[in-house]
Design a binder for this molecule. Structure first.
Ligand code: ADE
Length: 366
């Protein structure tokens, strides 16, 4: 049993919090394509897309994805490349690989039906506590919480949890509160209520307290701590890397070389202009020649700069230097790439590229 002693003097507010927030949700919820959805498959897709990604960004992807893969069987039977292509631009591509992988497992082990409970969902690729809780509660009505970053913020404020909610005691306290709070009659609506409330009222930087239906029950608001909570974990600045990319031309038939990233790493399975990270004291052209030799066994001439692209990922930032290059010798070999192709510029749009490489393609067309 979790220790609920820290909650003792706030236990009485659980019932009114539930009632008033659910009531607020029923009056104010946005009309989103997955709202009121009954299909567990569709609910699952929406919850995966909504991780780390804004609702407005997700909507067109959600619609295109379900048009292309209307059922779990369609998803399981599709080539991974097709799944990545629909996902192109949405980021965090492990989500797409895991969806595809999990769909296969659900066919094999669960007869094509998403398992209907938190513990079994948790055993599938890509299901963490949040996704398992969200799908179990929304699709199957299981009385379990779904705690993401937004829910942590809301609960940290409502209950004035002042330790770091991302780890240690703070994280345990949040999980305990979230579990106690789930509405036993409407667990799915409750999950969506907390998320919607975090998205519309209890905003990260400027919470809309005057519009909040539970401001009198909010411990942070009562103590004037609504801007101070949740406690910020000292954000470190992101490391920066210089990265190179080669657009290797084959003038005989007007093709360029693209390579597929290894399936198990970052941006796994996406296609790119090959290259890699510059080492200390290495020039950019030296870096590019080395990377192309290591990854594909080719000797190239670095001809001239094409475009420079800056991009931030979750844990680091890069400046990507793309160069026009010419093949000197060799036949491509998949030494450190999953695959490679010589393609025309017109064929590039059949492949899924990371955002950075999309900018290289734009420069090539320009
Ligand atoms: N973010 C995560 N899940 C969501 C949902 N079901 N509706 C809106 N935003 C969400």
């Amino acid at each position: 049993m979790p220790d609920t002693e820290f909650l003792t003097d706030q236990i009485d507010k659980i019932e009114p919090l539930r009632t008033r927030l659910l009531d607020w949700f029923y009056r104010n919820k946005r009309n989103l394509p997955w709202r009121g959805e009954l299909s567990p498959y569709r609910i699952w897709i929406s919850e995966v897309m909504l991780q780390q990604t804004q609702v407005v960004t997700v909507i067109p992807y959600y619609e295109r994805f379900l048009e292309q893969f209307p059922t779990l069987v369609d998803l399981a039977e599709a080539p991974l490349d097709d799944v990545l292509k629909v996902w192109e631009g949405l980021g965090y591509y492990a989500r797409a690989r895991n969806l595809h992988n999990a769909a296969g497992k659900i066919i094999e082990k669960w007869d094509g039906q998403l398992p209907d409970n938190y513990n079994d969902l948790l055993s599938l690729p890509g299901f963490g506590h949040y996704t398992a809780g969200a799908v179990a509660s929304i699709a199957f009505g299981e009385v379990v919480p779904a705690v993401d970053g937004n829910v942590k913020r809301v609960l940290a404020r409502l209950f004035a949890i002042d330790s770091n909610v991302k780890q240690g005691i703070g994280a345990v306290q949040i999980q305990t509160i979230a579990t106690e709070l789930v509405d036993p009659q409407e667990p799915g609506d409750w999950t969506e209520t907390l998320i919607e409330f975090g998205a519309l009222i209890c905003l990260p930087r400027s919470p809309r307290c005057p519009d909040c239906p539970v401001q009198d029950l909010c411990e942070a608001r009562q103590r004037g701590l609504e801007h101070a909570l949740p406690a910020r974990s000292g954000k470190k600045s992101l490391p920066h890397y210089d990265v190179t990319a080669a657009v290797i031309h084959r003038p005989e038939d007007d093709r360029v070389l693209i390579a597929q990233r290894p399936l198990d790493g970052m941006l796994g399975g996406l296609w790119e202009f090959p290259g890699g990270k510059r080492q200390p004291d290495e020039s950019l052209p030296d870096c590019l020649r080395r990377e192309i030799r290591e990854e594909l066994g080719l000797e190239i001439e670095v001809v001239e700069p094409l475009v420079t692209v800056k991009h931030s990922y979750t844990h680091f930032k890069i400046t990507l230097y793309a160069y026009h290059c010419r093949l000197i010798s060799g036949v491509p070999q998949a030494l450190q790439v999953a695959d490679w192709r010589w393609v025309t510029l017109a064929e590039l749009d059949r492949y899924a590229f990371p955002r950075t490489d999309e900018q290289i393609i734009t420069a090539l067309h320009g």
